[in-house]
Design a protein around this ligand. Sequence first.
Ligand code: ATP
Ligand code: MG
Length: 140
Amino acid sequence: MSVERTFSIIKPDAVAAGKSGAILAKLEGAGFRIVALRKILLSQAQAEGFYAVHRERPFYGSLVKFMTEGPVIVIALEREDAVKKLREVMGATNPANAAEGTIRKCFAESIERNCIHGSDAPETAAVELAYFFCTLDLGL
Ligand code: ATP
Ligand code: MG
């Protein structure tokens, strides 16, 4: 497996709780290199666009509200098999079902306020990286 890039967001719950450093340490500890990183406040339109795939789901409005309630940290990550490995270190969507030691098990509050996003496939990673970072950012 060759070196691959993926996209992550430290969500508003974890940023507000002062958990960003601990989450970044877990990512680096799992062998990820931080290619680019920025702290931003998502607009409603940006959050709606980012989670557009979920727009028919009953939790969509609440999810968009959560993702815009405070700053997030958007991150471009790199390692071998990055997409799959990030999903592993994040743990299950619902922290109640997440494996011991995973980021969501350690830091998430609930199925919605689950502290981290990770792209679910290489194709989505490419789209999500381009949604938040320009070519210059990703050259590092
Ligand atoms: P993410 O896309 O954020 O990495 P995921 O791929 O594990 O998470 P998805 O099914 O894509 O999970 O859901 C996107 C996000 O929507 C979840 O991370 C969570 O914040 C929220 N969410 C998912 N399911 C529910 C639910 N049943 N109730 C409330 N919020 C939910
Ligand atoms: Mg998802």
